[in-house]
Design a protein around this ligand. Structure first.
Ligand SMILES: [Ca+2]
Length: 228
């Protein structure tokens, strides 16, 4: 197992064998002038689900350690695009780390109301810890982005895995599969992808099928577009 983050290795070992889908409440949608002007849709995510996460582990020690490290799913949308390690910050924000599970791993966003997603930016982890070379670790290398208005998605995400139910999702707007996709550099950790979409959609899924490591880690996921 080629773990880029050796500090987390014991935790991932504990996590082996667990797979779960979890729902988390996000911030409320604020339909004010800031929303219209900002057009940063991911700032107003109402709810989100992930295929697995360290944060939601039922192992108390691992969950506490992950939280201390800043691997908290809410940090995927907190506006902090870098991953800050706790040794340099009292409020670490690392982002989303899936559990050490087989790919694919996914995150689904519910914007609360239909919006027009047009661009997605993925931000890699940027933190260094000793010589472990964390920047770019476990960054998506092959992935698909799907959009949908299917009202069955929330129930499906609460109880199981909606990522493989084709009827829930429209055709992929972006499908990246490149063995040559490089890790984003620490100085510019975000990679931007345009979506071929002009329609109102309430749900967006990022489904990662290969990463630069054995699982998925992102410090931030931004979605830009238009409100109707
Ligand atoms: Ca973040």
């Amino acid at each position: 197992m080629k773990l880029k983050s050796m500090m987390l290795a014991p935790l991932f070992a504990i996590a082996g064998g667990m797979f779960f889908s979890c729902a988390f409440s996000g911030p409320d949608i604020l339909l004010d002038s800031e929303v219209v002007e900002g057009k940063k849709l991911s700032k107003y995510v109402e709810k989100y689900w992930v295929s697995s996460t360290l944060e939601a582990s039922d192992d108390g020690d691992m969950a506490a350690y992950a939280m201390w490290m800043g691997w908290k799913i809410a940090n995927l949308f907190d506006g902090v695009i870098s991953a800050v390690t706790p040794n340099v910050s009292d409020s670490p924000s690392c982002g989303w780390s899936s559990a050490d599970k087989d790919l694919p791993q996914w995150v689904i966003i519910d914007f609360g109301v239909p919006v027009v997603p047009k661009k997605v930016i993925l931000y890699a982890r940027t933190d260094d810890w000793g010589s472990y070379g964390n920047p770019g670790a476990n960054f998506p290398q092959a992935f698909e982005i799907y959009l949908s208005n299917d009202g069955q998605i929330p129930d499906a995400a609460e109880t199981g895995d909606p990522s493989d139910t084709a009827s829930y999702w429209d055709s992929s707007s972006v499908s990246i599969d490149s063995s040559t996709l490089l890790k984003p550099p620490k100085s510019d950790p975000g990679l931007s992808y345009e979506l071929d979409n002009t329609d109102l959609k309430r749900y967006l899924m990022l489904k990662v099928t290969r990463a630069t490591g054995d699982f998925v880690q992102l410090s931030e996921l931004e979605v830009y577009g238009e409100f109707e």
